[in-house]
Structure formats: C-alpha cells, structure tokens
Design a protein around this ligand. Sequence first.
Ligand SMILES: [Mg+2]
Length: 240
Amino acid sequence: MSGDSLKKQHRTYEHIFFDLDHTLWDFEKNAFLTIEELYENFKLNEHTELDVNSFYDIYSRHNHHYWDLFRRNQINRDTLRYIRFQKTIQEIGINNESWPFEMSDFYLSRLPLKEHLFKDAREVLNYLHAKYKLHIITNGFDEVQHKKLEVSGIRPFFKHVITSEIAGFQKPHSNIFRYALESAGAGVLNSIVIGDSIEADIIGAQNAGLDHIFFNPLDQDNAHPVMHQIRELKELYDLL
Ligand SMILES: [Mg+2]
C-alpha cells in the first residue's frame, strides 16, 4: 500500500503521534558519538586493544539484550543503566567496580545533548505542524527524552510528549496509547502513529486500533502487515 494517499481514506486525521528514537532523533549516530566521548574520557585505549568501533559494537549488543529484559520487566531501570556497561567492560577484560556506574552517568548526561535528526525531519515537522496537532509517544526516560527534544530544537513542534516512564506502560502496550490519546484529547479515529519499530510502534498502534505508518529507513525485510511504509520522512508530504 506504500505510496497510496491517506487523504483518500475515510479517516480524517487531526493528531499525529510520532515515535522519537530512530524515527526523528538519529539514535544510532548520537549514541555512537556519545560512546566515542566515553571511550576518550575513560582513556579506554590504555586498557584495551579494541578501537572505539569495536567497543561500540560490544556495548550495543549488551545494550540491546538488557533493553529487551527491561521491556519484559525482568530487570529494572537502575539495573539496565549500569549492567550494559558492566558486561561490556567485563567482556574486554577490564575489572573495575565503579566504572559501570560512572560510565552510565557519563553516557546518560551526554547522550541527550546530541542533536542529530534524520534527514528532512525539521522541514517535514514544520509542514505537518501547520496541518495537524503533533505529539510524541516514546519508550524512554522522561528527563532524557525531553532533553533530546529541547537540544535538537524540535520541542516546539509538539503539543504533548508522552514517555513510557510517565504513562507507566511501554509500547506496544495499548495503555500507553490510551494515555497519549487522553492527554492530547485525541480519538482513535482521528489519530495516526508513525514509528520505526514493528514491535513497539506498529503492533502497539494495531493493538490500540490506530492507523499507522511504518518508517523503515534501512528498507529491512518485514513480514508483518503494515498500513503504510516509508523509507524517508519526506514521503510524508504525499501521505499527509
Ligand atoms: Mg523508535
């Protein structure tokens, strides 16, 4: 269905709910830049042969794994924050008990200060902002996600910013979508969700009965049925 105009469909949208990480805010690029700073700050080159790219790969693997456990409520937020660094430095043979906590503080204080957005994000938001009420629904920590929006300069585009921390539920749970609709004074029938994650955004939108657009910048294979799919944000000019 990609490419069909949503304007021709029976639903008339008033509200657009955007995901933040990997959809508007270039998480991968910003995270890498932060890990680069961390690698320098902790002088990791004096402790390992691995360069920053390899270090980042190891960190990413642990980060994904523990985010998964966090999503399934098997570990809490405080554990997630340090254990991803603890396992990373253990894997490269560094034994230091305080570093995982210091690294976590360093990372979480620097990451939200990065401002790289996906291509055309600002222009597309500017266009949509004139036609719709825009909001954010994001799985993440409230303070961190708000700072990302402020620093990257896109906060003024959004009326409501719903984080999983504030809603008490993570995407794809339909309660976070209900919470977001209620906060925004929006309805299921006049709202649409845009996000990069099948598991969180698309299945979440489907659970909540919401229309949705799957943002798939790397054109990854995907067997899950989606309503609309885009590779670039500027495709939204035609859809909305
Ligand atoms: Mg995302």
